[in-house]
Write a protein that binds this ligand. Structure first.
Ligand SMILES: [Zn+2]
Length: 249
C-alpha cells in the first residue's frame, strides 16, 4: 500500500511515498520510509498497517523527508527494529548490507531483499519484493534524480543504475515504486533514459569547464540556465557532484 505524505515541493514532487507491505496471511507488515513528521501522515500509514503486527521498518536513505518520523518511532512503533545503512538510524537491528533479506511474515513470499544503490546518497538502498523494486530516491516517478554533494556520488549512481538495468534484463524487476511520484511501469526505458540524461549533463559540464567555468555556480549558469531560482541550491549541489566526478577522472 502506498501512503503519500502531504509534503509537496520541487524536490519531493507530490510528496514522500511511504509503503506498507502486508504479509500473505494478513498478520504482519513491513514499513518502508516513514517519511516526514506529520500527524496526518503518521495516522495514514498506521491505518495501512491496521491491526497487523508491524515487524520492521526499512529506511531507503538518510534524507529527512524519508527519515524524520523515525525520531518518534518509540511512540508509534515501540520495540520495532529499524533497518538502515547508517548506524545513527538503525535500531534493534544490524546496519543494512547489500543482499540482506528481511522476513516479515510466515510465507516464503513475505521477504524483501536489500539492493545497495548508492549515488543519490552513499547510504541509498532499494528494496526488492517479488518483482517490485521500492527505489527510494534512486529512481523517481517523474524527472530524474539529484545526486547530492557531498553525500552522493555520480560514479556510484551510474554504477547503481547499470546494476538495476541488469536486474531488469534478468526479469527480476518488473515495476519500480519510487519514493516520489507515480509507479514506473517501464523500468528498462526509464533507467536507460537516466543514464543517457546523466551522461549528456556530464558532457555539458565538461564543455562548460573547457570554456572557462570553474565554480559550481559558474557551471550552473551555463548548463542549468533554464532551471528556476527555487531549485538553484539543488542544481549547485549536483554540479558540485559532477565536477567531483569529472575531476577525479
Ligand atoms: Zn533523498
Amino acid at each position: 500500500m502506498r501512503v503519500r505524505a502531504d509534503n509537496p515541493s520541487p524536490m519531493t514532487l507530490e510528496g514522500t511515498n511511504t509503503f506498507v507491505l502486508h504479509s500473505a496471511d494478513g498478520a504482519s507488515a513491513l514499513l518502508i520510509d516513514p517519511g516526514p513528521e506529520l500527524p496526518a501522515h503518521r495516522a495514514a500509514f498506521l491505518a495501512a498497517v491496521d491491526d497487523r503486527e508491524l515487524v520492521g521498518i526499512v529506511l531507503t536513505h538518510r534524507h529527512a523527508d524519508h527519515s524524520e518520523a523515525l525520531a518518534t518511532a518509540d511512540e508509534w512503533a515501540p520495540g520495532v527494529p529499524v533497518h538502515a545503512v547508517l548506524p545513527e538510524f538503525a535500531c534493534r537491528a544490524d546496519t543494512l548490507v547489500d543482499g540482506q533479506r528481511i522476513r516479515f511474515g510466515a510465507s516464503a513470499a513475505d521477504e524483501v531483499e536489500i539492493i545497495a544503490t548508492p549515488g543519490h546518497t552513499s547510504d541509498s538502498i532499494s528494496v526488492l519484493h517479488g518483482r517490485t523494486l521500492y527505489s527510494g530516491d534512486t529512481v523517481l516517478g517523474r524527472g530524474t534524480t539529484v545526486v547530492t554533494h557531498p553525500e552522493g556520488s555520480i560514479a556510484d549512481y551510474l554504477a547503481s543504475i547499470e546494476r538495476l538495468q541488469g536486474f531488469v534484463a534478468q526479469g527480476r524487476i518488473e515495476v519500480i515504486e519510487p519514493a516520489h511520484g507515480p509507479v514506473v511501469e517501464d523500468p528498462g526505458a526509464v533507467l536507460a533514459h537516466y543514464l543517457q540524461h546523466r551522461r549528456e549533463r556530464l558532457e555539458q559540464v565538461q564543455a562548460a569547464v573547457d570554456a572557462g567555468a570553474d565554480t559550481p555556480a559558474q557551471v550552473a549558469d551555463v548548463v542549468y540556465a533554464e532551471v528556476p531560482a527555487n531549485l538553484r541550491g539543488a542544481v549547485e549541489q549536483i554540479v558540485a557532484a559532477q565536477l567531483e566526478y569529472l575531476r577525479r577522472g
